[in-house]
Design a protein around this ligand. Structure first.
Ligand SMILES: [Mg+2]
Length: 388
């Protein structure tokens, strides 16, 4: 088995939304196709990857470092002992001559290729990725549906409370029970009015509402918001301070009794381990949101799961960021707590298969081989054009 060619591109996933830190109007995304010499029905089997939603493309690192190493390696150096494509062996090839530390855009680039390699390996095996993962690394069992929550509630020019409520009602009508909204892009009084408006739609049930500060707050503001939010009994209070400010998070966890969620901007085993060591995260209630696509892919994510287990964490406390199909398979196979979802946002990359249905805040996996981008018509068309 050989990878014949790699085709990398950049697409916009523009949106007029904003959170407490950035607007998304110039956001883009790396996409990748790895064409193999394996033929099925007269067509080469192709693996696809992209860099999740919400971090910029990493084309320079892909073109200059990661892909040349992958494509320059002897074909058998990417295979396991059975002669099958091995994403973990390929991972070592991609990371050759890279220093430790400084995880960031590099982890995004490697994550794109790791996703495409997993898509390719599962397609060659003729099985959906969740089955490939559970057969290879687990006990062969998997969850046949995954909890998903609807992430929205962004700031937008001239967005009214009624608009916000209508957006949330739309999520409930689409089958979600738990919704998320942004905070920290306004002052506390205004954010509390927005929260109260959303709670009206949720029958006043704070346990169905998560809020996300996108790393905006200093410690004073984190605690001030925490005091105001605690009586609502929210689903979680997300990414309150800078993602690398573990002491802030630890201090918050001493004062805020409800669940805290963070990790979408931690991109390595080492960063995730520091969060667990120093961030005050509580395994009985808090959530880890590391996004496998942004953090060196599934090969690294499995290392993170191993580390979490060593520290007494259940995989059920993990709900990855990103709202993409790759994490959906990983959540089912590794029995995570769920996955994020951005209904109708970040197109064409965001969301699941076109025929995926959310019922009672759960989405079922389908039987398409690999990740199943082929079941997401608009995105598949873009990916297909990479190597047409
Ligand atoms: Mg977030």
């Amino acid at each position: 088995m050989k990878i014949i060619s790699a085709h990398e591109g950049v697409i916009p996933i523009s949106s007029s939304m904003g959170n407490a830190f950035i607007d998304f109007s110039t956001m883009d995304c790396s996409i990748l196709a790895l064409v193999s010499d394996v033929m099925v029905d007269g067509e080469p089997v192709v693996g696809y990857g992209f860099n999740s939603n919400g971090r910029y493309s990493a084309g320079e690192i892909l073109r200059r470092r990661v892909l040349p190493r992958l494509m320059g390696a002897p074909a058998n150096s990417l295979l396991d002992d059975d002669g099958l494509l091995s994403p973990s062996t390929a991972w070592d090839v991609m990371m050759r001559n890279e220093k430790p530390g400084g995880h960031g855009e590099r982890s995004v680039a490697v994550g794109v290729v790791d996703m495409a390699l997993h898509d390719l390996a599962a397609k060659i095996a003729g099985v959906p990725l969740y089955r490939w993962i559970s057969d290879k690394y687990g006990d062969g069992t998997f969850d046949d549906s995954v909890f998903v929550y609807a992430a929205g509630g962004y700031y937008a020019p001239n967005k009214t409370y009624r608009d916000l409520q209508d957006e949330m009602k739309g999520f409930l009508d689409a089958g979600y029970n738990v919704v998320k909204m942004k905070i920290g892009g306004a002052d506390l009084a205004e954010d509390l009015r927005r929260i109260e408006a959303v709670l009206e739609v949720l029958d006043g049930d704070g346990s169905r509402l998560a809020v996300d500060a996108n790393g905006r707050f200093d410690l004073d503001r984190a605690l001030e918001y925490g005091r105001a939010l605690e009586p609502y009994g929210l689903f979680w209070y997300e990414e309150v301070g800078d993602p690398l400010d573990y002491r802030l998070n630890a201090t918050l966890s001493e004062h805020y009794r409800g669940p805290i969620a963070t990790g979408e901007n931690l991109f390595s085993l080492q960063d995730a381990r520091n969060l667990i060591r120093y961030g005050g995260m509580r395994p009985d209630r808090d959530y880890i949101q590391v996004d496998p696509a942004l953090s060196y892919g599934l090969v690294e994510y499995r290392r993170i799961q191993h580390m979490l287990a060593q520290h007494g964490w259940s995989s059920r406390r993990c709900i990855p960021h990103g709202g993409h199909q790759f994490s959906l398979h990983i959540a089912a196979a590794l029995k995570l707590g769920g996955n994020e979802s951005y209904p109708d946002e970040f197109q064409p990359t965001g969301g699941f298969a076109d025929d995926a249905v959310v019922v009672n805040s759960r989405v079922k996996l389908d039987d398409r081989p690999g990740i199943g981008f082929e079941g997401k018509a608009n995105f598949h068309k873009v990916l297909r054009e990479l190597h047409a």
